[in-house]
Each structure stands twice: as structure tokens, then as C-alpha cells.
Design a protein around this ligand. Sequence first.
Ligand SMILES: [Fe+2]
Length: 235
Amino acid sequence: MQDRLYFRQLLSGRDFAVGDAIATQMVNFAYLIGDRETREAVVVDPAYAVGDLLDVLAADDMRLTGVLATHHHPDHVGGSMMGFTLAGLAELLAREPVPVHVNRAEAEWVRQVTGVSATDLTSHDHDDVVQVGEIPIRLLHTPGHTPGSQCFLLDGRLVAGDTLFLEGCGRTDFPGGDAEAMYHSLRALADLPGDPVVFPGHQYSPESSAALSSVRRDNFVYRPKSIEEWKRLFG
Ligand SMILES: [Fe+2]
């Protein structure tokens, strides 16, 4: 399966949405995941210049068959943020009407923020699998940053959205955030077998990815060993 996997990590302001001040400042990662044999691919968290992401797929001779959304924040799916309107799901779907895979608990938030209709969204539960060609992508429900945040596990890689960064984790003080839920989500990720490589939702550290074992060792969010300790430090 290794040689069939198509996997690209793209940084906003550098690899797409070049020259866009917000995209450059926000340092979001979008991901393209596909099957090199069937040429099918999904995009994770399309925002800012969605046309650029489609252009990358076209240049690689890949065909978009779906979208995976980690959570509803506009820097990941488009919508209004800090007085700016960011492109995202709505603009992408206008060009390529494909299913958008969200966690069930996030669907309504995504709909409200992006303006897409409920029928555009495919709601999933924890541990559902989205198949891209012959590549299975496991959806992990990891609430905390938002109620329906989800991470994606495929072929030794963990696409972690704003749940787990290489340093730190997503904030829990935005609407729908939950510090206690975040503790449990981070623990669940730490316990994943096989030491997957963590691919975060933002470039908040010099490295763009790192083995889960090193994140578990170095990231301060893994210092608290109990929910009580976690709440004292991060609650
Ligand atoms: Fe976020």
C-alpha cells in the first residue's frame, strides 16, 4: 500500500494562497491524500485559495472525490473570522461538488460557519472509515478544541488538525471548547499503536511533522498525568 499512497502536506502562504496575508500569518496545513493507482484524492481542511489546492491535484493528475474537515474553524473550512471572510468549503463545492466528511457533532457548526447546506455534509461517528481508492482513512473523534473535532489515521500517519500540535494543543476557550474532553482526546491519541507520524493543523514549530513517540515525550501537554493535574495547569 505504501507506494500507492499519495500524501502531500501544503502550508498556507507558502504552498498555496501565496501572497495572502491571513493565510501566511495563520500557517495552516492542508493535506491531499489519495490513491496513486485509482487517482482518487481527498483534501483535508481546504481554506483560503481553494483553487490552488485543486490546481495541485490537477498538476498531479489526481481527481478530487471528497473533503475531510477536522473542525469548523474558518481557517480550516472557510467562513467569517476576525472581520474577514475566508474562502473554503462553499467555494470548493461550487467548483467540485463532492461529499464533505465531518464528525456528527461538528456538522451543524460547519454548516453555520461556511453556509454550505446540511445535505453537502456526510456525518460520521468515531472510528468510521472513509475509503479513498484502496486507501482506508480512519476518522477519530477527538473533542476538546471543538465538540466534533476529528483526526485522521492512515498508513502510519496521524493528521491531527487542531487537536494535537507538535508543541501544544488546540485552544479550548473558543465556543464549544472543552478542556476536560481535550485531556481525554490527547490521551487517546498518545495511546495509538504503531507510532504514527503526527501531521498537525498548523506549523507552530520548526518541524512540520514528528513521530508520535517524540511528541508524547517532548510536548508539554503530555506532562500532566491525571485529569486533576491537567485542570490545574490548563483548565
Ligand atoms: Fe481551530
